[in-house]
Unconditional design. Structure first.
Length: 316
């Protein structure tokens, strides 16, 4: 996991974002729609904090490969689908943040989550002021949490964010708390934190993508819910090429190939070169599927003709 620090409106926020890798599409088999996940958008080089994600992802892969179906109260789409997880370094999830003065990073990466333009997350807490001692205190704990998470101290960073939130609620502290919970494998807690971010900042596509990431890592996985959040993220930031790439990967794994091809094309148009390979793969799958359908129809027609001939012979 990597982290960088930046400020938005006087607040620091960490982003978790991951991009999907094409060759892993076949690895997961689940009942339900497929999941995508998101990587951090970063404006600077991150530092490695943890490798715990590797085991988490292996667990998710194993759970999905066994065909496990989620059983929470949320609606479940019970149709066979292939789930996928993609990453370039396979073990890393990046934590990052965006500086308000920085330009949006270009879409990069092939098998790790790409960095692409997206709506900036905005803290619901106003800029700290000398007239608001409570907010200054909340801000101090927020900054302390960011420093701790950068040093690799996830547990104490989590406590700092919790103390910040106990004083004054903010999207930034909630978002970063969710990141800590995610890396502590408290996916239920992370989802709850990011859902609250969505309540406070409905246009946070990053929060929706992180929620999707948590759902795919859940045991059992909740791909049906993950895909819902991925689509919501895409609706919020339709020009975000990374979201389109991930959406294409999700749809491809769900074998919704025509829609996957459209999403990959949008990703390619947005500057993600990797999407060209995926688009070719989807086209090949569509061609194969079409041939299979035609062969099936021929076999069915032949069987019907043979059956009719047999019945006619028996009646004579």
């Amino acid at each position: 996991m990597h982290t960088t620090t930046s400020r938005q409106g006087g607040h620091q926020q960490i982003f978790l974002r991951r991009k999907l890798a094409a060759e892993d599409v076949h690895k997961l088999e689940v009942k339900g729609a497929l999941v995508s996940s998101r990587k951090a958008r970063t404006h600077s080089t991150g530092i490695m904090l943890s490798s715990s994600v590797s085991s988490m992802r292996r667990s998710a892969l194993q759970a999905c490969s066994r065909g496990m179906v989620a059983s929470s109260s949320a609606s479940l789409i019970a149709v066979p689908a292939r789930a996928l997880l993609r990453s370039s370094q396979r073990a890393s999830i990046l934590l990052s943040s965006r500086a308000s003065s920085a330009l949006p990073p270009q879409a990069v990466g092939r098998r790790d989550f790409s960095q692409a333009s997206a709506s900036r997350a905005v803290s619901t807490t106003p800029t700290s002021s000398i007239n608001d001692p409570a907010e200054e205190e909340a801000q101090r704990f927020l900054e302390e949490g960011t420093a701790l998470i950068e040093s690799g101290d996830i547990e104490n960073a989590k406590k700092a964010y919790e103390r910040s939130l106990a004083i004054k609620e903010s999207s930034s502290a909630l978002f970063n708390l969710g990141v800590c919970q995610y890396h502590n494998k408290d996916l239920t807690g992370a989802i709850a934190s990011w859902n609250r971010v969505v309540e406070l900042s409905p246009n946070s596509s990053d929060a929706h993508m992180n929620i999707a990431s948590a759902f795919v890592m859940s045991v059992p996985p909740r791909p049906d819910l993950a895909v819902d959040h991925l689509k919501t993220a895409a609706s919020i930031s339709p020009e975000d090429a990374e979201i389109q790439f991930n959406l294409g990967a999700v749809l491809e794994a769900c074998e919704q190939l025509e829609e996957a091809g459209k999403a990959y094309q949008r990703a390619l148009d947005g500057g993600i070169a990797r999407a060209e390979t995926n688009l070719r793969n989807v086209s090949a799958k569509l061609a194969t599927a079409l041939l299979a359908v035609k062969d099936h129809e021929k076999n069915m027609e032949k069987a019907a003709q043979e059956s009719a001939a047999a019945q006619k012979k028996d009646s004579q």
